[in-house]
Design a protein around this ligand. Structure first.
Ligand code: TPP
Ligand code: SF4
Ligand code: MG
Length: 297
């Protein structure tokens, strides 16, 4: 399965020459997604790292048509782009958005909810690096429990973020969206396949891809892909789809790898105590109880 995808993927590049940090997972997600959608993708990027590193006048680092939206307005601009091009008689294009976790789960959630409700024919990708990275690593609604950010510091009395990560994939699915999926840049073929599938479905599509940020996570640039794989293998993230009213699990690890090993290799979790790690492991197990009960394999 993997080879077929590797063979079919375009050698053309649509996102290059950008100024992302070495090892940026978000830029990997954008690059792979655009390779699937091709030159007729019209991308919308709100304020966030991918617009900051991709639009550097006079260098536009997208070779397809691309535009920056307001921070909150990714989905509403996608709606406008899709309707406008359709009204002008264009048929062969894909309106695709690339918004961060803050731009999706916090400030952009209302516009996204509206677009799903209207079932606009768009693909919305949330590249999740688990904090507001572009403005210096602040907590978002998708920052996991225990992570140290500049707004959730770690000290004697408080050990990083005290709130759990929002269930954004399930929130999108709860709208009865035609297609929603989770992914990780550590399982890039799975992501590419989901992009291909989304490009063939009519209506709103939501893909939530874990995209580590070495700068904010405190890992080396060459660890991005491994850490994005490990978060799935240790059960803190899962690869799933929602289609025709049904949740489907795409990958079930036979045995989870060590949560503690995953956490301890990242600067943002270095302060965690054994007790904190137990809390994280228990919430993983609770989540998997839900997944095993409600998701088809
Ligand atoms: C209305 C508004 N509020 C705040 C900002 C400042 N701002 C720009 S990018 C950004 C962080 C974006 O975080 P996220 O969506 O997670 O994307 P990332 O930078 O992590 O890629 C913020 C707060 C803004 N541009 N507009
Ligand atoms: S700060 Fe993080 S998300 Fe932003 S460009 Fe650098 S690696 Fe990518
Ligand atoms: Mg972010």
């Amino acid at each position: 399965m993997a080879n077929k995808v590797a063979e079919s993927i375009s050698r053309e590049e649509f996102f290059y020459g950008h100024k992302a940090c070495a090892g940026c997972g978000g830029s990997l997600a954008v690059r792979a997604a655009l390779k699937v959608l091709g030159p007729n993708a019209v991308s919308v990027l709100p304020a966030g790292c991918m617009s900051a590193v991709g639009f550097n006048f006079p260098q536009l680092c997208f070779s397809n048509n691309s535009i920056i939206s307001t921070f909150a307005g990714t989905a509403s601009m996608l709606t406008g782009v899709e309707a406008g091009l359709r009204a002008r008689g264009y048929k062969d294009f894909t309106a695709v958005g690339f918004a961060g976790d803050g731009g999706t789960a916090d400030i952009g959630i209302q516009a996204l909810s509206g677009a799903i409700d209207r079932n606009d024919n768009i693909i919305y990708i949330c590249y999740d690096n688990e904090a507001y990275m572009n403005t210096g690593i602040q907590k978002s609604g998708l920052t996991p429990f225990g992570a140290k950010t500049t707004t959730t510091p770690a000290g004697k009395n408080i050990h990083g973020n005290i709130r759990p990560k929002k269930n954004m994939f399930e929130i999108a699915a709860a709208h009865d969206i035609p297609y929603a999926a989770t992914a990780s840049v550590g399982y890039i073929y799975d992501f590419i396949q989901k992009m291909q599938k989304a490009s063939q479905i009519q209506g709103t599509k939501y893909i939530h891809v874990i995209a580590p940020c070495p700068t904010g996570w405190g890992v080396a640039p060459d660890e991005t892909v491994d850490i994005a794989k490990e978060v799935v293998d240790c059960g803190l993230w899962y690869l799933a789809e929602y289609e025709n009213g049904t949740f489907k699990l795409n990958h079930k690890p036979k045995e989870f790898t060590d949560v503690s090993a995953y956490l301890k290799k990242q600067g943002r979790f270095k302060h965690l105590t054994d007790e904190d790690i137990q809390i994280i492991t228990a919430s993983r197990d609770k989540k998997w109880e839900f997944i095993n009960k409600n998701f088809e394999l």
